[in-house]
Design a protein around this ligand. Structure first.
Ligand SMILES: Cc1cc2nc3c(=O)[nH]c(=O)nc-3n(C[C@H](O)[C@H](O)[C@H](O)COP(=O)(O)O)c2cc1C
Length: 160
């Protein structure tokens, strides 16, 4: 089947993922965060991960300014945060009811997320509409719990 935008989207929404909020803090733009599903591990030596960020994203501009970011992987009870960090809300509104602290690199770390991974930016690659941003992992914190999952444009939890 030849590919158009709709066929491309319909296929990729069948890829089940976790959900994360990427955060950063820069001098000019302050604290920022946005929801992402395009997160994956990259390298064991050095420890690297990547996120893909739309070139129009304000948070992406903050990441480039700060050259650091954190990936806060959401737990199954944090669906509301995923929506909050993906919509038209201002950054102030996004962080208003979130309990967080400043990590070693300055990026906001959510107190209640399943995992938080703090990174310094290694490199960014242009790929069409998005930047592929590779981060060197500097700090990690994990908590017990179950992940929030995203599949076929909807949220789910693990089925046991
Ligand atoms: C479940 C979900 C996953 C998303 N994943 C991504 C992603 O991987 N990369 C991206 O650039 N935007 C993604 N978005 C869209 C951004 O979260 C959204 O455009 C956000 O408002 C960008 O914020 P900003 O422009 O203020 O930085 C996702 C949205 C949702 C709801």
């Amino acid at each position: 089947m030849a590919v158009n935008d709709q066929i491309f989207k319909n296929a990729l929404k069948l890829w089940a993922t976790g959900v994360a909020v990427v955060t950063t803090r820069s001098e000019k733009l302050g604290i920022q965060g946005m929801t992402v599903t395009s997160f994956t591990s990259v390298s064991l030596e050095p420890h690297q991960i990547l996120v893909c960020i739309n070139k129009d994203s304000g948070t992406g501009k903050g990441i480039f300014e700060a050259e650091s970011f954190a990936v806060n992987i959401l737990n199954v009870n944090q669906e509301a945060l995923s929506t909050q960090f993906a919509g038209g809300a201002s950054q102030e509104e996004r962080f208003a009811n979130v309990s967080w602290y400043e990590g070693a690199t300055g990026s906001p770390i959510f107190n209640d997320s399943l995992v938080s991974i703090e990174c310094t930016m290694d490199e960014k690659m242009s790929a069409g509409t998005h930047w592929v941003i590779i981060g060197n992992v500097e700090q990690v914190s994990c908590q017990s719990g179950e992940p929030l999952l995203y599949f076929n444009s909807g949220y789910q939890g693990l089925v046991s």
